[in-house]
Design a protein around this ligand. Structure first.
Ligand SMILES: Nc1ncnc2c1ncn2[C@@H]1O[C@H](COP(=O)(O)OP(=O)(O)OP(=O)(O)O)[C@@H](O)[C@H]1O
Ligand SMILES: [Mg+2]
Length: 473
């Protein structure tokens, strides 16, 4: 459950937020003015503040500055009247996470609230390197004693204190985000913002404006100025996840920021200075991308000053017992279930498995097993099906319709085979997820593991008729 503080002098606005962000997912706190807001921030430590910038008494901007001083890691969303762009820009410069305009665009607002809560989690949930403070599940832990993971601990310690750029390389689910947070939290910039941008979750065409912002009128549809993540993260740390998916023009701009600490926003002629520490991550082979001219070599050398390789789980199976113990305790505590244990045969099964989804897959398998197990022992049959299903899914991952892109007449797709096939798969996945969740976009996005902004974008891109999906079910 998240605690969200709504600060607005108008009761009707607070009421609509209360209706929208209902319990049990969220606990809503209210404040009518700036002074009340500051007291509640101190006493209640909310996860998110939604703040009206135009209030009698202490101005919203002052309240924002004081919140940022008292609790720099609480994200603040600003409510503004349509078209009050000067105030918005001032607020963004003072560390607001984003702004919401009246009248509210509900889907966009919900997406922003989710994003801001996620950013707050990244900044606040502490990452401990060893099993210190056992039993305190408010922190995340990096578990393991294998030589491979100890090498990772050493590297975190070595790079955290300096401002050097770090590249995290590893398969999906190996803990790249966890390590990025650990570096941030142990750095001198721990009190400054930590922003994350996922290159794979944002359409290529939007990524550049997300990072660098744009001027009003920079392109059709740019009705007002947008502050980019580099400017927002000034003084802090920016985590660029899935860096391998960035377009060449965005790469060129990124290179310049890294070399000179300056950039221009889209359609702007003012050169903006920024001081941002960069942590990047990828599960792609960047050297292969360089060979294909899809990734700039000079940028690669800039970002990989220090590279931390996260080992796949199958290369450190000696950590399995510790990881299993950790996840079982954590999820039993969170699910308030009786403590459970593993039958020896189950442990053997987990040890024999290859874990293509790495630690994330292990955690999911165990979480499900805890829910499904009827006694307090996890017997092999409970996990066997999950592991088999995962293996099968890898074997016949392509559906009939999709297999035409591999076995059919490829010539008809010359030059756009990759794009067509990937789009087709993406479209099918999105429809399947929407159908499974009865058209509920929040849950479909969760199922897919993508942001709601991205889901929304793809629904538009493929012209998916969500009303039809709901009726069909
Ligand atoms: N060594 C570890 N100890 C404990 N938990 C871990 C460890 N490594 C990963 N996890 C957990 O596994 C999950 C996946 O980790 P994370 O999101 O950091 O992976 P990732 O490398 O960023 O994956 P992706 O490339 O898919 O984004 C998280 O819930 C994380 O807390
Ligand atoms: Mg990740």
């Amino acid at each position: 459950m998240h605690k969200i503080l709504i600060v607005d002098d108008e009761e009707s606005v607070r009421y609509s937020f209360k209706k929208l962000l209902r319990e049990p997912a969220h606990k809503i706190l209210e404040a009518q003015n700036g002074d009340e807001a500051l007291t509640k921030v101190k006493d209640e430590a909310p996860d998110l503040v939604i703040l009206d910038i135009q209030m009698p008494g202490l101005s919203g901007l002052e309240v924002l500055q004081q919140i940022k001083k008292a609790a720099p890691r609480i994200p603040v969303l600003i409510i503004t009247a349509y078209g009050s762009s000067d105030r918005v820009i001032a607020a963004m410069k003072h560390g607001a996470y984003e702004y919401i305009e009246k009248p509210f665009d509900i889907p966009r607002m919900q997406a922003l609230i989710d994003e801001a809560l996620e950013m707050g989690r990244l900044m606040r949930t502490e990452v401990l390197l060893e099993s210190q403070a056992a039993g305190d599940w408010s922190a995340d832990r990096i578990i393991g004693n294998s030589p491979a993971i100890q090498e990772v601990y050493k590297m975190i310690g070595r790079v955290a204190g300096s401002d050097v750029s770090v590249l995290l390389v590893g398969e999906s689910g190996t803990g790249k985000e966890l390590v990025a947070r650990a570096i941030y939290q142990h750095s001198q910039r721990a009190g400054e913002p930590f922003l994350a941008v996922n290159g794979a979750a944002i359409p290529e065409t939007l990524l550049e404006s997300e990072l660098f912002g744009y001027e009003k009128g920079a392109f059709t549809g740019a009705t007002k100025r947008k502050i980019g993540k580099f400017q927002q993260a000034d003084g802090g740390t920016l985590f660029l996840d899935e860096i391998g998916d960035m377009s060449l023009s965005t790469q060129a701009k990124l290179l310049r920021v890294l070399q000179e600490g300056t950039f221009e926003c889209l359609g702007g002629d003012e050169t903006i200075q920024c001081n941002v520490r960069i942590i990047t991550a990828t599960n792609k082979n960047l050297e292969a991308a360089i060979a294909e001219k899809a990734f700039r070599e000079d940028l690669y050398y800039r970002i990989k000053v220090i590279t931390i390789n996260l080992p796949p789980l199958r290369a450190r199976k000696e950590d399995l017992p510790d990881l299993i113990q950790y996840f079982i305790s954590k999820h039993c505590a969170q699910l308030k279930s009786e403590p459970v244990s593993l039958a020896p045969e189950t442990l053997q099964l987990l040890k024999d498995y290859d874990w293509p989804g790495n630690v994330r897959e292990l955690e999911n398998v165990l979480k499900r097993a805890i829910l499904l197990c009827k006694s307090n022992v996890i017997t092999p049959d409970i996990v066997a099906e999950d592991l088999r299903a995962a293996e099968k899914c890898l074997e016949n991952g392509k559906s009939d319709r999709l297999s035409q892109f591999v076995t059919g007449d490829l010539e008809q797709y010359r030059g756009k085979l990759y794009e067509t096939a990937v789009s087709e798969l993406e479209r099918e996945l999105i429809i399947a997820a929407l159908q499974k969740e009865n058209g509920n976009q929040v849950r479909a996005a969760q199922l897919l593991g993508i942001s709601r902004v991205m889901l929304h974008d793809r629904i538009e891109k493929y012209g998916i008729k969500t009303e039809v999906i709901i009726q069909k079910v």
